[in-house]
Design a protein around this ligand. Structure first.
Ligand SMILES: [Fe+2]
Ligand SMILES: [Fe+2]
Length: 208
C-alpha cells in the first residue's frame, strides 16, 4: 500500500468519527495484506500495523475517550468508554509481543492473527455502539476531529512513522464509494483476479 506524508494526509478536515473510521479501514486493509504476504513483507506489515494501532489508540485515549466520558450521560454508554480503554490495554500487550518478535518466531503469525481478531471486535463496538452514542451528544466532533488529526500527525512525526494512504483512491471518489470497507475491496480484488483467471481459462477452453 502506498504511503503519504503526514502533511499530505492532514489536508482534509474531517470529523472525529470519519477520521477514526478511516484509520479502522486502513488497518483492516493492512491485516488483509498480511494474510497474503510472504515473510519479509509480513515483517514490514506487522511493523506498520503496530505503529498505526499505537498512534490510533493514543489519540483516542488522549482526546476522544475523555471527551466522550464527559459528554455521555447514560451509564451504560459511559461504561462503553471504560471497556474500550481496557481493550486498548490488552491490544497493546499483543502489540508489544509482536514488536519483540520476528517472522521466525513460531507464534508470530498467530499473535498477529489474534491481534487482528481483537481489533475487529473492538472496532465493531466503537462503530456500532460508541460512535452512534457520541453523535447524539453535543460534542463538537469537527473540532475533536481537528485535534485528533493534529495529534496523530505530531505523534507520527515524533515516532518517525509515515502516514498510511487510505486503502483505496478515496479522495476524488464519492462519499458512498469511500465508505466501502477495505476488506470488501480486497475481496473484490481477489474476485477480480479469479474472474480474470477463469476468463483466461475459458478462453483457452474455447480455443480447444
Ligand atoms: Fe478506534
Ligand atoms: Fe479504540
Amino acid at each position: 500500500m502506498a504511503r503519504a506524508t503526514p502533511s499530505k494526509a492532514i489536508d482534509s478536515p474531517r470529523d472525529a468519527i470519519a477520521l477514526l473510521k478511516q484509520d479502522h479501514r486502513t488497518v483492516e486493509a493492512l491485516f488483509d495484506e498480511f494474510e497474503d504476504a510472504d515473510e519479509p513483507e509480513q515483517s514490514r506489515l506487522a511493523e506498520r500495523i503496530c505503529n498505526m494501532l499505537n498512534v490510533h489508540a493514543q489519540i483516542e485515549e488522549e482526546l476522544l475517550y475523555p471527551a466522550a466520558k464527559q459528554a455521555l450521560e447514560d451509564e451504560e454508554e459511559v461504561e462503553l468508554v471504560s471497556e474500550a480503554a481496557v481493550e486498548h490495554a490488552s491490544a497493546k500487550d499483543l502489540i508489544a509481543k509482536i514488536e519483540g518478535m520476528t517472522p521466525d518466531d513460531e507464534a508470530f503469525k498467530a499473535t498477529v492473527k489474534v491481534l487482528c481478531e481483537y481489533v475487529k471486535h473492538h472496532v465493531k463496538e466503537e462503530e456500532n455502539e460508541l460512535f452512534p452514542a457520541l453523535k447524539k451528544t453535543d460534542l463538537d466532533l469537527k473540532e475533536i476531529g481537528t485535534q485528533l488529526a493534529e495529534r496523530k500527525f505530531a505523534l507520527m512525526e515524533e515516532m518517525g512513522i509515515e502516514a498510511e494512504e487510505p486503502p483505496a483512491p478515496t479522495r476524488k471518489k464519492s462519499a458512498r464509494a469511500t465508505s466501502r470497507t477495505s476488506s470488501s475491496k480486497a475481496r473484490q480484488a481477489r474476485a477480480g483476479s479469479r474472474s480474470k483467471a477463469s476468463a483466461r481459462n475459458s478462453g483457452r477452453a474455447a480455443r480447444h
